[in-house]
Design a protein around this ligand. Structure first.
Ligand SMILES: [Mn+2]
Length: 303
């Protein structure tokens, strides 16, 4: 298990990005139909994109952005052309990094893109060729001053989402999606299973603690800051994750209309929750610390 992450770490490129950086994951953008959990939050997301584009942030999309287990990319492109064109704007300025998750794993494959391009041309949607997302990478290391942050989606230790992903996808696409539409319940695999989520969080934490690495993941749909869960969310779970190594960007499909993200700027790292109030973007700061303090405590303590 541990080897999976060691390999991922060793094989991932190291990029230097100048903050400010905004990290989001798990938007699960769908086809706009009854199973599309992102639809209700698409307005908040567009506002975030507009705002943070003008603020000069680099956007790190940390996996499960397009919901390709349930829907076809062509339908998602047709549903959210404005969002894809925003992503393109970031990309053209060299300010977009796209990392795959399990639900958008196809975006690693050049072959997948040529197939989608053919479909778009056949269906007469040439204009959408410009909006195609860029090829995605599995993981990335970013140097920040004295320290480094390792970014990956976080399905890698999730047996159902990683090893058995084809079977899981079949289940979701052909069995779960119709049920979801019928019952109007939301998707979110590890999010539905609390125990599984806790186990995953623990495994990533343990790896990061042992290796003395600060990591940012998504996948579980539970935002976390410096290895701690917010009190309101604890519900009797006991956490003993003391080293501030594990961060999670949460997701874009909270049913209360919020989207969480991690921001790195001005030497600080923070966990943010966005929502719209009377059409205006509001930001709640759920956690905040200087990077130097985080790096100091991670690198100075003996394992
Ligand atoms: Mn995922």
């Amino acid at each position: 298990m541990k080897k999976t992450l060691d390999k991922l770490y060793e094989n991932s490129p190291e990029k230097s990005i100048q903050p400010p950086i905004l990290i989001l994951s798990d938007l699960h953008m769908g086809d706009g139909g009854g199973s599309d959990d992102f639809k209700a939050n698409s307005g908040v997301y567009q506002t975030i994109l507009r705002e943070y584009f003008s603020r000069g942030h680099t956007l790190v999309l940390l996996g499960d952005i397009e919901e390709l287990w349930e829907d076809d990319l062509v339908d998602i492109l047709l549903t959210y052309p404005e969002i894809f064109s925003w992503h393109k704007k970031f990309l053209q300025e060299g300010r977009l990094i796209k990392i795959v998750g399990n639900h958008d794993i196809f975006l690693e494959e050049p072959k997948y893109f040529s197939r989608i391009k053919t479909v778009l041309r056949k269906k007469g949607h040439q204009e959408l060729l410009l909006h195609l997302p860029p090829p995605s990478i599995p993981a990335m290391k970013i140097k920040l001053g004295e320290g480094e942050i390792f970014f990956f989606h976080g399905h890698q230790l999730d047996f159902l989402s990683n090893t058995l992903w084809k079977l899981s996808r079949f289940f979701i696409r052909y069995l779960w999606k119709p049920i979801q539409i019928m019952l109007r319940v939301t998707t979110a695999s590890p999010a539905r299973l609390r125990r599984k989520r806790t186990v995953l969080e623990r495994e990533y934490y343990n790896w990061a603690e042992k290796r003395r690495k600060v990591i940012v993941c998504g996948h579980t749909h539970r935002a976390m800051f410096a290895s701690s869960v917010r009190k309101e969310e604890l519900k009797g779970e006991v956490y003993r994750m003391s080293l501030p190594v594990y961060f999670n960007s949460g997701c874009g499909i909270y049913t209360d209309g919020k989207i969480t993200a991690i921001e790195i700027s001005h030497g600080e790292i923070r966990l943010l929750a966005f929502y719209l109030q009377d059409g205006e973007l509001k930001v709640e700061v759920l956690g905040e610390e200087t990077l130097s303090k985080i790096f100091n405590s991670v690198y100075s303590q003996e394992p």
